[in-house]
Design a binder for this molecule. Structure first.
Ligand code: URA
Length: 242
């Protein structure tokens, strides 16, 4: 059971103060009866309406976002647009991105308020695959494939920082190359630093997969949708098997 004002605020109807005001103004009903006390206790079985519209309670929400370049992976930022700003409509107010993509990186980002799931998907100990499509200046070679499979020092000779083995698949190699790189960690700028350590500059980076969750290619950059039941189930399975 939770307080009526918290129920409405959690579901993004307004701030705690705003929803209290609306409750006191008689704009909120519970199971068809106007309730004017914000501390009134409700649960998920109750039919709660605000201004005549039903407000269903969801403890957890899960969205797949195709992150566009130019927005930051944060919940709020004083100057930059964030990935959370892209999630419109009525939604929980405690959403956050499960992991970070650089400002110029595109692709799959899970937006949720399920901290336990996010933690397990991101923990390096869980070995969850993250697959990236990468375009790189210059030719990518079999030597790069082997080096990535061994693990790469993305630190310096003075202060080494080794990545775990990664799988590099060459799609095309030439003046500009296209590859897929699968890693199981999420070190700062990891993919870019892995290629830099091989003397190559990443010109485009897009995450296509995280564990069982694949980017829905029908989502244009900036578009999002809720995860399907199936995707959520598979994600929990990834998590259990990791
Ligand atoms: N590796 C990077 O370098 N950047 C990202 O955004 C994700 C992985």
């Amino acid at each position: 059971m939770i307080r009526l004002d918290k129920y409405l605020a959690d579901m993004g109807i307004g701030t705690r103060q705003e929803v209290k005001r609306r409750i006191r103004q008689g704009k909120v009903t519970v199971d068809g009866t106007v309730v004017r006390s914000p501390e009134y206790k409700v649960d998920e079985e109750c039919t709660v309406c605000c201004d005549g519209g039903r407000v269903c309670y969801e403890a957890f929400e899960y969205y797949m976002l195709n992150k566009p370049a130019g927005v930051v992976s944060a919940t709020e930022d004083r100057t930059e647009k964030t990935v959370i700003d892209l999630i419109g409509g009525q939604r929980r107010k405690d959403l956050f991105p499960a992991g970070r993509l650089d400002k110029d990186t595109e692709g799959l980002l899970l937006i949720t308020n399920d901290g336990a799931l996010a933690h397990r998907l991101l923990s390096p100990k869980k070995h969850v695959d993250k697959m990236y499509y990468v375009r790189v200046k210059g030719a990518v070679t079999e030597e790069d494939v082997h080096a990535m499979a061994e693990g790469i020092n993305i630190g310096s000779s003075a202060l080494e920082e080794w990545t775990k083995p990664a799988v590099l698949d060459i799609i095309s190699s030439g003046r500009e190359s296209a590859v897929r790189l699968t890693i199981q960690e999420g070190k700062y700028h990891q993919v870019k630093r892995m290629f830099l350590a091989r003397g190559k500059e990443v010109t485009y980076l897009k995450r296509e997969r995280m564990g069982a969750l694949a980017l829905d290619e029908s989502l244009q950059p900036g578009e999002y949708r809720r995860l399907t039941e199936e995707e959520l189930k598979d994600l929990y399975e990834t998590d259990r098997h990791a």
